[in-house]
Design a protein around this ligand. Structure first.
Ligand code: SF4
Ligand code: SF4
Length: 373
């Protein structure tokens, strides 16, 4: 990882009511500095409050795979929060799309239990029903720790995502749902376009108060569990998810974030604005040279108007197991919400008529053997 440098800070003041997004150089050795700066720029009333910190723990993985928020970033956030005297500090997430039992293992394998410094809790163990969009289902079960928190701090990972283009602040909130609901929602959405809209509905169940993004090592290409990593050496922070995800999109090379369906939906719902004129950038917003969008994100490059149709298409992309990497563990078959996978001569094969293109199999494969073709 590159060392933290004193990069030029561009501050454009556009009015006090605008959303602000911090882009700060950092590395994992010295990220405390960037995290402290984020807390200084976005003061939070923490003293005597119940605080929930939610990293992105997609599944069990090694920290260096960059699939999850890095423990160094979580550790820096916890150090800072402990000094602010909350009445309760909980670190938790709901990894996986199907299972309830893998929470402890996912946190310990990634090094996040240790980084939580005694504040980790399996937040999937206790949940409460809340009303949801009846277009999909009347109620959802949300982790009680999320609902009970006075302050929710989200720690997304800077990653691409085949279904949503990017996995940032809004996508990180999908993890407030324990267990199999996530898989059921993929199925209820039925296609990638509706899933993007549904994601915004889940986000609205409890909009976090603050976001710090681990963009020190980012993921490009076939995210959210790709092997293509990039040293970006950035920590981002904001108090508005739409502005923040708009900035992530631009850093990834998406000129027009309105082409990212969930962002367009979130802005329309009044959750924030992604236009650069509507936000104050604290730092330098410069698209990352040659950043690889996920396969479905290809049309974002010049001529990006085709992206919406592309993302909503159910015929262009299908998962396929790489015979050189697949160990035949069966996790993808177990976790497919549409029961679209079955072994065929020791390799999982997809039934295209059943597949709802949710990419859960790709997310969950521990060998990163599922390719989108
Ligand atoms: S989860 Fe990955 S390694 Fe396991 S069977 Fe599926 S493709 Fe193969
Ligand atoms: S095969 Fe993969 S992409 Fe298709 S429905 Fe199953 S988990 Fe989703």
């Amino acid at each position: 990882m590159g060392a933290c440098s004193n990069a030029r800070i561009n501050i454009s003041m556009k009015g006090s009511r605008m959303s602000r997004v911090m882009i700060q150089p950092a590395d994992y050795q010295t990220c405390q500095e960037a995290v402290d700066k984020a807390f200084e720029l976005f003061p939070l009333d923490i003293q005597g409050k119940k605080v929930l910190v939610k990293p992105n723990v997609l599944r069990t993985a090694k920290a260096e795979e960059a699939i999850t928020t890095h423990p160094a970033v979580l550790r820096a956030v916890i150090e800072r929060l402990e000094s602010m005297n909350p009445s309760e500090l909980v670190v938790g997430d709901n990894p996986g799309v199907f299972t309830y039992g893998a929470n402890e293992k996912a946190f310990s394998d990634t090094g996040l239990t240790e980084a939580s410094q005694g504040h980790y809790r399996n937040i999937g163990a206790e949940s409460r029903e809340v009303p949801f969009n009846p277009e999909y289902c009347d109620t959802l079960s949300v982790s009680a720790a999320v609902l009970d928190a006075d302050v929710v701090i989200s720690l997304p990972k800077f990653k691409t995502h085949g279904l949503t283009v990017l996995s940032g602040a809004i996508k990180n909130s999908f993890g407030i749902l324990p267990g199999a609901q996530k898989a059921q929602l993929h199925k209820l959405a039925g296609d990638p376009g509706r899933f993007n809209d549904l994601l915004v509905d889940v986000f609205r169940l409890r909009v976090p108060d603050f976001y710090i993004v681990d963009g020190i090592v980012g993921m490009e290409g076939n995210g959210p569990a790709s092997t293509e990593l990039r040293d970006l050496n950035l920590i981002l922070a904001s108090d508005n998810a739409v502005a923040l995800d708009g900035v992530i999109a631009r850093l990834m090379g998406v000129d027009d974030p309105s082409q990212v369906r969930f962002l367009a939906t979130a802005q329309k719902a009044g959750l924030g604005e992604f236009s650069q004129q509507a936000m104050e950038i604290i730092g330098e917003l410069k698209p990352i040279q040659g950043f690889k969008l996920p396969p479905a994100g290809g049309p974002f490059r010049p001529g990006g108007e085709k992206i919406r149709e592309f993302m909503e298409s159910r015929t262009l992309l299908r998962p396929q197991a790489d015979p050189d990497k697949c160990t035949g563990c069966g996790a993808c078959i177990d976790q497919c919400p549409a029961s679209a996978l079955a072994f065929d001569e020791e390799l999982p094969k997809v039934d295209p008529d059943k597949c709802i293109v949710c990419f859960c199999c790709q997310e969950m494969c521990p060998e990163q053997a599922m390719q989108l073709v």
